[in-house]
Write a protein that binds this ligand. Structure first.
Ligand SMILES: Nc1ncnc2c1ncn2[C@@H]1O[C@H](COP(=O)(O)OP(=O)(O)OP(=O)(O)O)[C@@H](O)[C@H]1O
Length: 626
């Protein structure tokens, strides 16, 4: 026992924590009581750990009894105490956990608060929940004794840059957080107020929370209750406890009771918002794993595929040993089977949501669709479950508001249509401008508009849907349903048009793979398409963004014999003196097509040519007013 350091020792908080504390202390956040929930959650975690220790470590067998949390208000001193008989902390743990260890979460949280992307209610998600105590208190004291030692320690701080730690006598194991309440929160010492807060935020914590002699919460673990007996309100509170989300009900939940071949109970929750989309890092949390009601891992990532990482929840199985180690989890057959069953249930739930509640499914898809798509690209196993859930904008609603599923698209296919057509681009506005769409518009064939960069990879990974090939419309060999397009204009253009193609070909050289007559354009003079079987334009754009040295791929320039400009060039080509002008127009048309796509590499060259063409046009004009 080291009673030698009874004198307090001073420590400085890490810089980002000082910043965070300053923010919290001056916060005008309305529901400051949520801080209490963070402290109760921490106490509950410490009790879970103690129960686990008692069941797995020699010498602590009798210590799983009487685990609980107690809240006590002290009117005279304006203190509110949160006490637990959990694992407690050693001196080193106190120093590290409450002040000096780097937490990537605190920096991220500060950054997002600064950019107004997050509000204080999200604090618990960043692994810095303890500090929210300073929203309620002007001084915080933590008295704790680890289950491993007889010596207790006290941590004190007023939240301004420093904290101090000293050895104390503490009779019982566990932790006591004493909040010296801010003046305007003094009524939080009253039992009725404390009970109110517990009932609002922490009612379904699976350990008894006592205020006076009364157990205020409902300790029956909701996941072992029969499904029909757990209401939405209970689920919402349990979700808030697991996910550290204040005042938010889950978008949907799953409550599973499976008895064979593996026995397990599970609850899973889908948040309403995807914090990854707000610019936070990847969701870094797994599910809680319990063996016979005892928490064995609070961050088990092996229970769901990576692309369902946004779900919160808990799995409790009778078939798992308590001492299952992190290393053996992945190879554990029980875990693998539970993962399979959970994943299937999630897809069943999503399928049902998409059929029964379009509004909720749309919210889900807006938030988590991009993560779900990773599942198509990263593994083949569940592609066929994810594909029907995908939604895309389409030419059916040019505003992009109404999205469509692949199945709906397929149901609208024309007689003889063998493919599902799509076009990718950086945004809806540029996709809609693409001349390649003209023939589709004329024929009334629907085209999916893909604007998420991963969409192209999704389509490439899927290959087909419902027996129909997924095809980018800038592919050189389109097989459209219905009759081949008649091109009388090609004849009308006659040899002049062939000459135009010849001149374009010679002028463009190896900048293009081919120059040919187009059968897909109605208005535009020309468009670019890709050699059959080649990469789509959007895919080339994405690869070039990722790697500047990505080689330029020779494209096919298709020319519309029907366009007024091309007709005129065909006429002019009868006179060899016009060859340079026609050639120059060819290069410029190619530049225009590249510019529309956003793939033009050398704008200076184009500017010089436009200048030259303008000079020629100006020279042909007359200043004489007729
Ligand atoms: N009552 C307690 N008993 C034992 N240890 C505690 C207690 N409260 C906090 N701790 C320790 O302090 C650490 C920091 O707590 P804090 O609330 O800031 O983050 P966290 O609990 O790790 O993250 P999260 O809030 O996301 O669960 C905890 O991980 C735990 O080790």
């Amino acid at each position: 026992m080291s009673t030698s350091i009874r004198e307090p020792e001073q420590f400085a908080f890490r810089a980002e924590i000082t910043q965070l504390l300053h923010l919290l202390a001056h916060s005008l956040y309305q529901s400051r009581e949520i801080a209490l929930r963070e402290l109760i959650s921490n106490a509950s975690d410490a009790l879970d750990k103690m129960r686990y220790v008692a069941l797995t470590e020699e010498g602590y067998r009798d210590q799983a009894e009487g685990l609980g949390i107690r809240l006590e208000g002290r009117d005279d001193t304006r203190d509110l105490v949160v006490r637990d008989n959990g694992v407690g902390m050693t001196r080193e743990e106190l120093v590290e956990n409450l002040g000096t260890i780097a937490r990537s979460g605190s920096l991220e949280f500060l950054k997002n608060l600064g950019e107004s992307k997050a509000d204080l209610s999200l604090i618990g998600q960043f692994g810095v929940g303890f500090y929210s105590a300073f929203m309620l208190a002007d001084h915080v004291t933590v008295r704790t004794r680890s289950y491993r030692e007889g010596q207790g320690h006290e941590w004190r701080s007023d939240g301004t840059g420093q904290f101090e730690i000293r050895a104390i006598d503490k009779e019982d194991r566990g932790t006591e957080v004493i909040l010296h309440l801010k003046d305007d929160l003094r009524d939080l010492t009253k039992d009725y107020r404390i009970k109110g807060v517990v009932r609002t935020y922490s009612r379904f914590i699976p350990h008894p929370i006592r205020v006076g002699d009364e157990v205020v919460n409902d300790v029956r673990p909701i996941w072992v209750e029969p499904k029909g007996q757990v209401g939405d309100e209970q689920h919402a509170q349990f979700y808030q406890h697991l996910a550290h989300r204040a005042d938010e009900a889950p978008l949907w939940h799953l409550h599973l009771a499976v008895d064979s071949p593996i026995q397990f109970r599970a609850v899973l929750y889908c948040p309403r918002t995807n914090v990854e989309r707000l610019g936070f890092g990847r969701s870094e949390h797994g599910l809680n794993l319990l063996a016979r009601r005892v928490l064995v891992r609070d961050d088990c990532r092996d229970l769901l595929p990576e692309y369902l990482r946004f779900l919160y929840g808990l799995v409790d199985s009778e078939d798992l040993p308590l001492n299952v180690s992190r290393e053996t989890l992945q190879d554990n057959t029980v875990i693998r089977r539970i993962r399979g069953a959970l994943t299937k249930s999630v897809f069943d739930r999503l399928e049902k949501l998409s059929a029964d509640d379009a509004e909720a499914f749309r919210t889900f898809y807006d938030q988590f669709g991009p993560i779900l798509k990773e599942g198509v690209v990263s593994e083949a196993e569940h592609r066929d479950r994810i594909a029907p859930l995908l939604r895309f904008a389409s030419s059916r609603d040019e505003s992009g508001k109404e999205t469509t599923s692949l199945k709906e698209y397929a149901s609208r296919c024309q007689e003889g249509q063998k493919a599902i057509y799509y076009l990718g681009g950086p945004d809806l506005a540029s996709v809609r401008k693409c001349p390649n769409l003209e023939i589709f518009r004329r024929r009334g064939i629907e085209v999916l508009y893909l604007t998420d960069p991963i969409d192209e990879f999704v389509m490439a990974s899927l290959g087909t849907f419902g027996g129909k090939e997924l095809r980018s419309i800038d592919s050189g060999d389109l097989e459209l349903p219905g009759p081949e397009i008649e091109t009388p204009s090609a004849e009308a253009g006659g040899s002049g048009f062939s000459r135009v193609l010849e001149l374009f070909r010679a002028a463009l050289g190896d900048r293009v793979a081919e120059v040919r007559e187009s059968k897909r354009l109605t208005d535009s003079p020309c468009c670019l398409v890709n050699a059959s079987g080649g990469l789509s334009t959007q895919m080339q754009r994405i690869l070039r963004q990722a790697n500047r040295d990505f080689p330029a791929i020779g494209r096919v320039l298709e020319v519309n014999p029907d366009a007024a400009l091309i007709k005129r060039l065909a006429e002019l080509s009868a006179n060899p003196a016009n060859d340079p002008f026609v050639s120059s127009c060819g290069v410029q048309l190619w530049s225009n097509a590249m510019a529309i796509e956003g793939t033009l590499a050398d704008p200076e060259e184009m500017v010089a040519r436009v200048q030259d063409l303008m000079e020629q046009a100006a020279a042909g004009k007359s200043a004489i007013i007729r």
